[in-house]
Design a protein. Structure first.
Length: 139
């Protein structure tokens, strides 16, 4: 005896038996299920593509920032080196009067601090593990 479902379509006894066997009710329903699965897969793929686009943009911006700050740090390091060479020459040609202890302290302490800062900045800018963790969301 045929029965009516919510869509006012008649379901035969054979379709009911097929349903309980785990078979699709009809080919239209199977097509709808397939289309729905394809649609979900397409949306998931679109989300993955959008995520990759955003990650790519972040990496591009990081690359530009690294170039800019690497250049600035290089210029600062070179400037500091030129300054120290000038101080040494001025003291050597007696144009500037500083005691030996002051010169040694000036050169060693500021140079160690400066290059320590340089290494810290470079490690932060070019640490590949740091940038991978930022973009992948891992700690």
């Amino acid at each position: 005896m045929p029965q009516h479902n919510e869509g006012n379509e008649i379901i035969s006894t054979q379709e009911i038996i097929s349903f309980f066997k785990g078979e699709p009710l009809n080919s239209e329903l199977a097509k709808k299920e397939s289309n729905l699965a394809d649609d979900l897969n397409n949306r998931a793929n679109e989300a993955k593509v959008n995520t990759l686009i955003v990650e790519n943009q972040i990496l591009k911006e990081n690359k530009e920032a690294r170039k800019k700050y690497a250049y600035r740090t290089f210029i600062l390091t070179c400037s500091w080196s030129v300054f120290l060479i000038c101080v040494i020459f001025l003291c050597g040609y007696e144009k500037m009067k500083l005691s030996d202890k002051v010169i040694i302290t000036l050169i060693t302490s500021t140079t160690v601090n400066f290059f320590g800062f340089f290494l810290l900045v470079m490690k932060y800018l070019f640490d590949t593990n740091h940038s991978k963790n930022k973009t992948s969301g891992k700690p």
